[in-house]
Design a protein around this ligand. Structure first.
Ligand SMILES: Cc1cc2nc3c(=O)[nH]c(=O)nc-3n(C[C@H](O)[C@H](O)[C@H](O)COP(=O)(O)OP(=O)(O)OC[C@H]3O[C@@H](n4cnc5c(N)ncnc54)[C@H](O)[C@@H]3O)c2cc1C
Ligand code: SF4
Length: 287
């Protein structure tokens, strides 16, 4: 259950070298949206685009492959993609919305569909929700401190940021690699992440992350009918190379272990909130 409901799970990567070049992992998000745009499955996708500040994302509605390419890669800071959800159906005039986001953002999408408070027109227009795995996120100032103070690298010179193998990594344009142990990054985590009980975007149509798959590949869960429809068409069109998850290392066991660790730790935080004060607890959004 820690991995949610799903129809199938594979290791995959895009077959498009241009997408792979700047992608975080297997380029699943960018490739799936590029294909869905081309095929009319979606008419735009809400993604975390670049902004004026280095590594600070700005939500944008991508309606071309070029805009999708510009949004490749993971920004380890908040990108309020849901802020464009209603506007996508208004000034942008989208009828079939694609959206990428962290597990909490996938929850927001589903909640807006079932309980559309101030979200008229949104419920029927979500065509493809692609979720990414997420252990935790960081406010921009926290990310800045991790990269500039702890890694001793200027944010402007960074080509890629990554979390893996127990470390936070910064790769610069000129080829330097800086890394710090994850324990250094804990104090910069967004506190709201400590009550989050979803690691692999259980509520997405398709969800993907790096954990479980080899470098340059992604683990992909196909979860819903919508997701299966888009994914199988994309496979049929040759967009992805796939391998059975049982044949790759470290495989699903590691995904399961990390999901269990996250949920167990954060459930403990939630339980502690109930008795936080003397005779008084803090709010529990799940009750
Ligand atoms: C905060 C955070 C924590 C993560 N933690 C894990 C983890 O613990 N384990 C794991 O396996 N994977 C984790 N991931 C996911 C992983 O880093 C990749 O984003 C994912 O594998 C997709 O790679 P890709 O090559 O398919 O995507 P690409 O084709 O490179 O596209 C990436 C897409 O992600 C979107 N994006 C980038 N940053 C954000 C953001 N901050 N918020 C919302 N959308 C964004 C972009 O718009 C782009 O469309 C995390 C991602 C984020 C943002
Ligand atoms: S840990 Fe949870 S709350 Fe925090 S960004 Fe990731 S999905 Fe959202």
């Amino acid at each position: 259950m820690v991995l949610g409901n799903y129809k199938s799970v594979v290791a995959a990567r895009s077959t498009d070298n241009e997408i792979l070049k700047g992608a975080q992992d297997g380029g699943i998000v960018t490739q799936l949206f590029a294909y869905a745009l081309e095929e009319g499955i979606i008419d735009g996708a809400i993604v975390a685009g670049p902004s004026d500040e280095p590594w600070k994302p700005e939500p944008v509605i991508a309606t071309s492959k070029a805009e999708l390419l510009a949004a490749r890669g993971t920004r380890y800071t908040l990108s309020p993609n849901i802020s464009l959800l209603k506007e996508a159906t208004r000034s942008y005039g989208l009828d079939r919305i694609g959206i990428v986001g962290t597990p909490c953002q996938m929850q927001a999408v589903r909640k807006a569909q079932l309980y559309p408070i101030g979200m008229r027109d949104v419920p029927d227009k979500i065509a493809l929700a692609v979720g990414i795995f997420c252990m935790e996120n960081f406010p921009y100032q926290g990310l800045e401190a991790m990269v500039e103070d702890h890694c001793n690298v200027k944010l402007e010179s960074v080509k890629k940021l990554d979390i893996g193998k127990g470390k936070f990594w910064a790769y610069t344009e000129r080829g330097a690699v800086a890394q710090i142990p994850l324990k250094v990054t804990h104090k910069y985590e967004q506190p709201g992440c400590h009550v989050c009980l979803d690691y692999v975007s259980n509520l997405a149509d398709v969800s993907t992350g790096s954990v479980g798959a080899p470098d340059g590949w992604s683990t992909v869960f196909v979860r819903t009918k919508n997701g299966e429809n888009a994914w199988s068409k994309a496979i049929g069109a040759g967009c992805f190379e796939t391998k059975p998850i049982e044949e790759v290392k470290p495989g699903l066991d590691l995904v399961k272990k990390l999901a269990t660790d996250k949920i167990t730790k954060n459930q403990k935080t939630l339980d502690e909130r109930a008795t936080f004060g003397v005779g008084k607890g803090l709010r529990n959004p799940y009750l």
